[in-house]
Design a protein around this ligand. Structure first.
Ligand SMILES: [Zn+2]
Length: 140
């Protein structure tokens, strides 16, 4: 038999059985992890090789890879192979930024104004790095 989600588990979770709401819950769960949110906000600045992303967000490479795999499973990021590296980027950048802007408005309205703006997490770093631009062009 193939590995599938057990129906009993969905039933046990009560209201969570509706496909739409569980997809939304899944989405927000992926965004709820501070590390994943940080990775997503950083990828909003442009695509990154794992090694660069690891360095820029200051995480262990294994941690970064684990979270990237999770985000890729959720369809939030995509990867392509360049040489021997995987280059990650946001799969739905516009929609995700819309979502984060909406989140900012909600937070502002609820009095917990924070800025999810990518630049915040990115002081003193430039992405005019020719290495990254070269990846963006797709050829050297
Ligand atoms: Zn960066």
């Amino acid at each position: 038999m193939s590995i599938e989600q057990e129906p009993q588990l969905a039933e046990a979770a009560g209201q969570a059985a509706e496909p739409d709401s569980s997809a939304a819950v899944c989405l927000f769960r992926s965004l709820a992890d501070p590390t994943r949110l940080r990775i997503l906000l950083h990828l909003a600045l442009g695509e990154h090789r794992v090694v660069d992303l690891t360095e820029h967000v200051g995480l262990a490479q294994s941690t970064t890879s684990t979270h990237l795999a999770c985000l890729r499973d959720c369809g939030l990021v995509q990867a392509r192979t360049v040489g021997r590296s995987s280059v990650y980027s946001l799969a739905v950048a516009t929609e995700l930024m819309d979502l984060l802007s909406a989140a900012e408005r909600v937070l502002a309205a609820t009095g917990d104004a924070v800025t999810l703006c990518p630049q915040i997490d990115h002081t003193g770093e430039t992405h005019d790095d020719p290495t990254i631009s070269r990846f963006s062009q797709g050829r050297s």
